[in-house]
Design a protein around this ligand. Structure first.
Ligand code: PHE
Length: 338
C-alpha cells in the first residue's frame, strides 16, 4: 500500500477512536513493532539503492504525520474526559443543603455544669462517689440508725444486706472524710436512687449535688453565707431565700432552704402550691458524731454540709412542671435547651 493511503487510513481510524484505549490500539496497529508503517520500513532493503533516500524520507514523513494525528487526538480525548469529569462532579452551590441536627448537652448536665462552675469559682473541689454504695456509708456512718424509716426496703434499693444504690449523695461526704484530711471543701454530684412511683414530682432516679466543708471554726453563718451567695448567682440577685429548721441525722442544727418561686415571683401559684417559695436543698452543721465516725476530731474541727436537688434547680429555673420531661428524653423537649 502506498504511504499516502496508509496515512489516510491511519488518520481515519485515529479520528474514530473514542477513548485512549482505542487510540492506543490504532497506534500499535501502525507504529508498533509489527505495525503497518514499521513493517513497511523493513522493505527498504529490497528496493534499489538510489530510491532508498526518497523512500526513507516518505516513510519518516508518514510516521510523523501519523504521530501528529495521534497526539492531536489524544489531546482531544483528554479534554473531553476532563470535561465529562467536571460535568459529573459539578455541584450547585445555590441548592439548599441538608442540615444535620447538632447535638446538645442535656438540661440536667447544663444545670450541673453551671452549679459546679459556681462552686469551683468559690474554691470547692469536685469529688465523685460510687452509685453502688455500702449501707455503712449511706446510712451507718451518717448517724442514720437501723430503725430509721429510710432504711426500709420500701424506700431503698438493696443489692445485698450491706450493699445498696445510694439514696443520697451524702455517703460521698463519708468517703471524702475517710480519704482526706481537713481542711476539706468539696462538692460531689451524681445520681441517687429511691423506691418511688414515677409521677410529676417523683422519679426512682434523680440527681443531687452534695457539698461539704470541714475546717477549724466553721459555723452555721458560714453555711448561710455560702448558700446565699450560690443561690443568688444561680437564680439572680433578686432571689429570696428562707432557711427553715429541718432535721437530718447527720447535721445538727439542720435546715431546709426555700427560694422564691420563679413562676409567680412569690405571689403563690400552682407550681409552688400557693406558698410562693420552693424547697431546693437540705443542709446543716456536720453532726460531731459523723466527724468522729469518719476519723476527724470534733473538738478541733467543724463543718457544714448541704445536698441540693439538681432536678429541682432545673425545674424551678426553667419553669418545668413535670420532672418526667427530664428523664424521658423527648427530643422536642431537649432541643429547647441546645
Ligand atoms: N442527704 C439529704 C437528702 O437527701 C440532704 C442533705 C445533705 C442534708 C447534706 C443535709 C446535709 O435529703
Amino acid at each position: 500500500m502506498a504511504h499516502e493511503e496508509l496515512v489516510a487510513e491511519a488518520r481515519q481510524r485515529i479520528q474514530e477512536a473514542e477513548d485512549s484505549a482505542q487510540l492506543d490500539a490504532v497506534r500499535v496497529a501502525f507504529l508498533g513493532k509489527k505495525g503497518q508503517i514499521t513493517l513497511l520500513s523493513r522493505q527498504i532493503g529490497s528496493i534499489p539503492q538510489e530510491e532508498r533516500p526518497a523512500f526513507g524520507q516518505e516513510l519518516n514523513a508518514a510516521r510523523e504525520s501519523v504521530q501528529q494525528a495521534l497526539d492531536e487526538r489524544r489531546r482531544q480525548l483528554e479534554q473531553a474526559e476532563e470535561q465529562a469529569r467536571l460535568e459529573a462532579e459539578k455541584i450547585d452551590v445555590t441548592l439548599p443543603g441538608t442540615v444535620s441536627a447538632a447535638g446538645g448537652l442535656h438540661p440536667l448536665t447544663q444545670v450541673y455544669h453551671e452549679v459546679r462552675d459556681i462552686f469551683v469559682s468559690m474554691g470547692f473541689d469536685v469529688f465523685h462517689g460510687p452509685e453502688v454504695e455500702l449501707d455503712e456509708y449511706n446510712f451507718e456512718k451518717l448517724n442514720i440508725p437501723k430503725e430509721h424509716p429510710a432504711r426500709d426496703a420500701q424506700d431503698t434499693f438493696y443489692i445485698t444486706d450491706d450493699v445498696l444504690l445510694r439514696t443520697h449523695t451524702s455517703p460521698a461526704q463519708v468517703r471524702a472524710m475517710l480519704n482526706g484530711e481537713p481542711p476539706l471543701r468539696l462538692i460531689a454530684p451524681g445520681r441517687v436512687y429511691r423506691v418511688d412511683e414515677v409521677d410529676a414530682t417523683h422519679s426512682p432516679v434523680f440527681m443531687q449535688l452534695e457539698g461539704l466543708i470541714v475546717d477549724k471554726k466553721i459555723r452555721f453563718s458560714d453555711l448561710k453565707g455560702t448558700l446565699n451567695a450560690f443561690l443568688r448567682r444561680y437564680y439572680g440577685p433578686d432571689v429570696k431565700t428562707k432557711f427553715r429548721p429541718g432535721f437530718f441525722p447527720f447535721t445538727e442544727p439542720s435546715a431546709e432552704v426555700d427560694v422564691t418561686c420563679t413562676r409567680c415571683g412569690g405571689k403563690g401559684c400552682s407550681a409552688c402550691k400557693g406558698a410562693g417559695m420552693i424547697e431546693v436543698l437540705g443542709c446543716g452543721v456536720v453532726n460531731p458524731v459523723v466527724l468522729e465516725n469518719c476519723g476527724i476530731d470534733p473538738a478541733e474541727y467543724s463543718g457544714f454540709a448541704f445536698g441540693l436537688g439538681i432536678d429541682r434547680l432545673a425545674t424551678t429555673k426553667y419553669g418545668i412542671s413535670d420532672i418526667r420531661l427530664l428523664y424521658e428524653n423527648d427530643a422536642r423537649f431537649l432541643e429547647q435547651f441546645s
